[in-house]
Structures are given as structure tokens and as C-alpha cells.
Design a protein around this ligand. Sequence first.
Ligand code: ADP
Length: 163
Amino acid sequence: MNRHIAIYPGSFDPFTNGHMDIVKRGLEIFDTVVIAVARNSEKDSLFSVNERTEMITELVNNNPRVQVESFDGLLVDYVTAKEARVILRGLRAVTDFEFEFQLAQMNHTVCEQVETLFMMTSPACAYLSSSIVKEVGRLGGDISSFVPKLVAEKLLEKFNQAD
Ligand code: ADP
């Protein structure tokens, strides 16, 4: 069991500065952070899992301490297969709490050695979510301060295609 790896799972549709903030801060504590894109989030997503995985891989820029993967099925099974025991999640507001609490309890019940650790959002990212970024982008708003440049470009491409 590797105590120095954190699995950071999510939809990341798309990856925002808020996600990057959690990854960077996670790396201050863990040797390796695995960004795990959930395959079951494919439905209703703007970017395919492959597009998301490729984008994030480019963004972490070959940092040997960050891995980017996608996973299918139960998160705890994936965590165990990676020989990890920590799930890293971010919390923005109380509204995140209920869902995250349930998820963490469920995962811990299904697999006792798996623990979920929460990192509070940085104030600058508190209001940031993938869905709000998509909404603002779709309506033609400036999203350059919410997402990495690459993501802003890809979003623009998507919305131009949709027109
Ligand atoms: P999910 O669909 O699993 O919630 P998301 O991609 O929306 O996936 O989020 C992945 C994780 O990142 C979640 O733990 C979420 O709370 C966290 N997160 C998202 N945005 C922020 C942010 N701005 N600040 C801190 N944590 C965030």
C-alpha cells in the first residue's frame, strides 16, 4: 500500500484553475497525484473522456509526479488497483458538503482502508466550477481567468463547432 500517492478523481469537464490549484497543493503533501478522469461521466459531458485526459496531460506538462488516467467502475476498486489509499477531493462551499460526505462514507464503507481527504478551495477559486465556466463560455463571456489557456481555446473550438 503506497501512502504517498493521492488519487484525485473527477469529471474535469473541463479542467479549471480550481482543479489545478488542488493538484498543485496536493503535490506539496503527496509525492504523486493521480488525476483520474471518471469514464462514467461521459454521458452529458462536453468533452469526451479522451479529450479531457489528453488536455490534462498536456497541462501537467510531463511533471513526473503527476499521472493522468481515466477509470471505469467503482472508484475504490481503481484506488486499490493503484495500491493507493487516499482519495483527494476539493470543497468549495457547504453545498459541496452533503454529496462529498455521502461519497466519502460510502467509499470508506465499501473499502475500509481507503480514506478521503478534503482540501478547501483557495479563495480565488471558490466560485469556480466546470459547469459555470461552460455556461459563461457558451454565452460568449471571457473565461480566460478561470481556466488554463489551452482549455479556453478548446472550449472556444467546441462552441464554434456547435454554432
Ligand atoms: P465531480 O463530477 O466528481 O464532482 P469535478 O470535476 O466537478 O468532478 O470536481 C472534481 C473535484 O474537484 C471535486 O472534489 C470538486 O469538489 C473539486 N473542485 C472542483 N472545482 C473546484 C474549485 N474551484 N476549488 C476546489 N475544488 C474544486
